[in-house]
Design a protein around this ligand. Structure first.
Ligand code: GLY
Length: 515
């Protein structure tokens, strides 16, 4: 709001919010991580995705997380310096400001620098996730000194000051991307990573590039959906599931059968995620074919009234599950808009901080398929398409999305690991079918199927008793998740009435503000 009041546009505001979240929500995203910023420029209708996803270091190898017997070494892709990809956030903030903003990078980073220097009181979710990652944070002296209180979990209200991070932000403010990828910061990052057993080099940092990508565009009964391109699976899986649902009689079905169809569409979309998707700079992915109506028609033919066992499709058992990441949605008075989903992957990423930087590094390397068929921390399986290679970007689920109907423009997205895509799908369907408004979409009870494990995970209350019975009678295995998940942020512009609405997920922190 400060940046907009100063004459900045939605793109400046997106930079300011990204940087501020790096300070006040270090467990979700940060300078040591990556993300996707979906931009719409109103004056000429330009739509693009800034891909600031992490890249594998040049010394990365396809089997770097396996022992000599080919078995994944527990924790190696999750904790510590070896788990970190080369960050993209600082380069993206510089690029977005210079190419699309109206203010300077120093102006856009000023609120974050203040927050890092002056501190802020920690809140319940910070404390909970710091506790969850206490062991890994304690293993990194700089991370422990920053995020803990004398080595202990800080009490509620503890004022978290991050002077090293403030200085790193100041170097970026003064020198742009060179303030991070070269000079003093780069030196400290590489020295810290190497000392802790990691494989980064100065060349990795110098060579890092963001990419401007064409978003994935889908349609659903005439509405337009714009979402993330590879290396996020988000747009493709969203397009595919919407295409499948468009070809099924969901509008004429009762609520239980409708949910069955949605689950079956998710199953097929996530299966293709595992089979075909990876960094399109490294592998060939036929996005047009995968998102075509004809392909969806073929997939729909296999959907009947009973659940299709995922076992009847190729796959292997998964590992564990988690949530992370952050999302924000912005619309400015000119109609420019940004949906941005940013991440360090697991809460507090790798929990490793190179000394003197204030930057906690991601563990996005775990989003690669570290061994074909072995699930990552979200239980997502993959194959060679998402295998590790030097310079490659790991496959993501982050799905910043615009929905454009005859009357409404919606800017939406959420954190939540592998469940991001299914959350955006469920909210999009409500919007596309004209049900409710922003508050209802972000609060909607959620269910999720990701092909493997072959189970419908759901929040309590996502299904009525009768729906549960119907789904179980038709072959679905249901599993209640004993906590809420996601933190969806939605902004809507109703064009005919020129009215704006916004809502923040009641499950998480967040604030919807309209001015
Ligand atoms: N690290 C979460 C994602 O990119 O999907």
């Amino acid at each position: 709001m400060q940046v907009l009041a100063k004459g900045g546009n939605a793109f400046d505001a997106a930079v300011a919010v990204s940087a501020a979240l790096a300070v006040v929500e270090p467990m979700g995203s940060g300078l040591g991580g990556g993300g996707f910023w979906l931009l719409h420029r109103q004056r000429d209708g330009l739509q693009l995705m800034i891909d600031g996803r992490e890249r594998a270091p040049l010394k990365a190898r396809h089997d770097m997380y396996l022992d000599k017997n080919g078995t994944p070494v527990p924790g190696l892709s999750l904790n510590g310096a070896l788990a970190a990809g080369i960050p993209g956030v600082p380069a993206a903030l510089d690029h977005i400001t210079r190419k699309y903003g109206r203010l300077t990078l120093a102006e856009n980073l000023a609120p974050a620098i203040r927050l890092a220097r002056d501190g802020f009181p920690i809140y319940e979710r910070y404390r909970r996730l710091a506790e969850f990652r206490l062991e890994a944070l304690s293993d990194s002296p700089a991370a422990a000194a920053t995020f803990l209180d004398q080595g202990f979990l800080p009490e509620a209200g503890f004022q978290l000051k991050q002077p090293d991070l403030a200085r790193t932000l100041e170097r970026i403010a003064a020198k742009g991307r060179d303030g991070f990828y070269k000079g003093d910061t780069a030196h400290k990052l590489v020295r810290g990573v190497k000392k802790a057993g990691g494989i980064w080099s100065k060349k990795d940092l110098r060579d890092y590039r963001i990419v401007e990508r064409k978003p994935v565009v889908a349609s659903y009964h005439g509405a337009r959906i714009v979402s993330a391109a590879l290396p996020s699976a988000g747009g493709i899986v969203l397009a595919q599931t919407l295409n499948i649902l468009e070809s099924l009689p969901i509008r004429q079905s009762g609520p239980a059968l409708r949910k069955h169809y949605i689950i079956e569409a998710m199953r097929r979309g996530y299966r293709d995620r595992a089979r075909y998707l990876g960094d399109s700079d490294f592998i060939k992915v036929d996005v047009d074919a995968l998102t075509s109506k004809q392909y969806a028609d073929r997939l729909s033919e296999g959907i009947g009234k009973r659940a299709t066992p995922s076992k009847s499709l190729p796959g292997i058992e998964p590992r564990r599950l988690g949530t992370d990441t952050t999302h924000f949605s912005i619309l400015d008075r000119d109609g420019n808009r940004v949906a941005a989903t940013l991440s360090v992957n697991y809460p507090f990423g790798s929990a490793f901080m190179p000394a003197g930087t204030g930057v906690v590094l991601n563990n996005e390397m775990d989003d690669f398929s570290i061994k074909p068929g072995v699930g990552n921390v979200y239980g997502l399986v993959g194959n060679g398409a998402n295998a590790i290679a030097p310079g490659k970007r790991p496959l993501s689920s982050m799905s910043p999305t615009f929905i454009e109907t005859e009357d409404a423009v919606v800017v939406i997205g959420t954190p939540g690991g592998s469940r991001i895509i299914s959350m955006v799908l469920l909210a999009s369907l409500e919007c596309l079918e004209g049900r409710g408004g922003a508050k209802d979409w972000v609060a909607l009870k959620r269910y999720h199927h990701q092909y493997l494990p072959d189970v419908v995970q759901h929040e309590a209350g996502a299904f009525t008793h009768a729906e549960e019975k119907f789904l179980e009678d038709h072959g679905h295995k249901l599993e209640t998740i004993n906590r809420n998940y996601g933190n969806m942020q939605a902004v809507v512009w109703y064009k005919k009435s020129n009215r704006v609405d916004a809502a923040s997920d009641p499950r998480g922190e967040g604030l919807a503000t309209i001015q």
